[in-house]
Design a protein around this ligand. Structure first.
Ligand code: FUB
Length: 465
């Protein structure tokens, strides 16, 4: 079957074919993600900042006001339009974007236009260690200062322009004081797991209207604090013949010496149906390839959307696939991990169930967890049940994670749970509305402790701001 080019692939192709000299001839540069400030190379001591929602270049010193320092601090995140580029998020959650060639600070509307306007691709700057930021969608234009205002101007091959468009990424004027998110930027539905002593995080890429992102990234860590970005591991457009968008809620499991990634996806052209697929790789960081060339579960085969897969492997080595939206299903997987007996599919829907099934086992008890309400609702939350087998029967125990408005935490849910390689230490990864300005399509991922009470029930999860 011919491989199709999805939205991301198309965008990159367009860039490659339309890049004007300045970007294609300049070496692409990488920028570390996380909190940074951007200092002008030709006006040392002046930094990129926002003021009244416009980008400027202003002096900032240790004696500047806390507000000025904060306004000159940005979190460098995954590019909203492309993981090969970057976006710059201010402390209020808004992003630098160009509009009418001026640089503004605005909230992510999730549209293709906004995401492109808020994405900049880094190339080597005029002096060693500096970067220049080319527009993602107008690649012959770069972010530059002019009369201390930030503009998106056509590249000119002059020393003046190169200097005006080059910035050093310095330590942030306002260091981060809160813990979350664990990976900078907009991500959701995190699947956390541990392979051979290393933690891995597989999230949905967020920030798209209608959750339309086409690709998945993988992150890994040894301490659950410092995460390495392994880049894109599966891109629906080029990698999956039957899906173009809606790369939702991946789950990765190791079996048979390989890694299986279960995921959901929708076709383009306004088709809202979601199918559930499985991809395979020899490495936890991919690249993954579609294992079947068709969905494992086609939309409409069972009631509810075929989304939010999760695989639990019991001590006897048997693996079970859970999925569902509105209705929760489970079925034992065959040894190949890519097929099952449809006659063995069971409906295990508990009261309140919406989506995001997750199962763990501790001291012989099976814990079936899920999310309740709508991910766009601040009351999105996590509940659980216990049972004697991977198939139940289940006894609902209640809600363990919910909003904390006093901490600015809304809509915490679509979680996953991982046990440390040794001992009885457990952690939970989940998403919430990005703090402070997120919503149901602008979510962020965080990790907290999950503890069990002496009677085996799960203690309420205390979310960290
Ligand atoms: O991220 C897209 C969808 O939103 C997921 O599949 C649901 O669980 C909800 O988090």
């Amino acid at each position: 079957m011919p491989r199709r080019t999805g939205p991301l692939g198309l965008a990159l192709l367009v860039i490659a074919s339309t890049l004007a000299l300045p970007v294609s001839s300049a070496a692409a540069a990488t920028v570390p993600t996380g909190a940074r400030s951007l200092e002008s190379v030709n006006f040392p001591g002046r930094f990129v900042r926002h003021l009244d929602h416009l980008g400027r270049l202003d002096p900032v010193t240790s004696g500047s006001t806390a507000q000025a320092k904060q306004d000159a601090t940005f979190t460098v995140v995954n590019g909203l339009a492309s993981p090969a580029c970057y976006s710059f998020q201010a402390a209020n959650g808004q992003f630098l974007r160009h509009r009418d060639y001026r640089v503004h600070l605005e909230a992510n509307a999730g549209t293709a236009q906004f995401r492109a306007d808020a994405t900049f691709c880094a190339v080597a700057g005029s002096v060693t260690g500096s970067v220049s930021l080319a527009s993602f969608n107008l690649p012959d234009r770069r972010l530059r200062h002019r009369d201390y205002e930030l503009w998106l101007d056509p590249y000119q091959d002059t020393a003046q322009f190169r200097a005006d468009s080059s910035f050093r990424l310095t330590a942030p004027w306002t260091p981060k004081t809160t813990k979350g998110p664990v990976i900078p930027g907009l991500f959701a539905d995190p699947h956390i797991t541990n392979f051979n002593g290393r933690y891995y995080l597989y999230p949905t890429t967020d920030g798209y209207a209608g959750w339309a992102s086409p690709y998945y990234k993988a992150f890994s860590s040894t301490d659950l604090v410092n995460w390495t970005d392994h880049g894109v591991i599966l891109d629906h457009g080029p990698d999956v013949s039957w899906a173009d968008n809606s790369a939702w809620a991946p789950a990765v499991v190791a079996k048979n010496g390989r890694y299986y990634l279960y995921f959901s996806g929708g076709a383009a052209s306004g088709d809202t149906a979601k199918h559930l697929g499985v991809a395979v790789s020899d490495s936890p960081t991919g690249p993954f390839r579609d294992a079947l060339g068709r969905p494992l579960i086609r939309a409409g085969t069972y009631s509810g959307q075929a989304i939010d897969p999760m695989v639990f492997t019991d001590d006897d080595g048997r693996s079970y696939l859970y999925w569902g939206n509105g209705t929760a299903y489970v079925v034992p997987l065959n040894a190949d991990m890519t097929s099952f007996d449809p006659a063995k599919v069971r409906d295990i829907t508990p009261t309140g169930y919406r989506e995001a099934s997750f199962v763990v086992k501790r001291n012989g008890t099976y814990y079936f967890m899920w999310s309740e309400n709508d991910t766009r609702d601040e009351d999105y939350r996590v509940a659980y049940a216990t049972g004697p087998s991977p198939l139940g029967p289940w006894t609902k125990r209640g809600v363990v994670l919910q909003k904390r408005l006093d901490l600015g935490i809304k809509g915490p849910g679509h979680h996953s749970v991982v046990k440390a390689p040794t001992g009885d230490t457990w952690h939970v990864a989940y998403h919430r509305f990005a703090v402070p300005a997120g919503n149901g399509t602008n979510r962020e991922v965080t990790v907290d402790r999950l503890t069990f009470n002496a009677d085996g029930t799960i203690a309420p999860i205390v979310p960290t701001p």
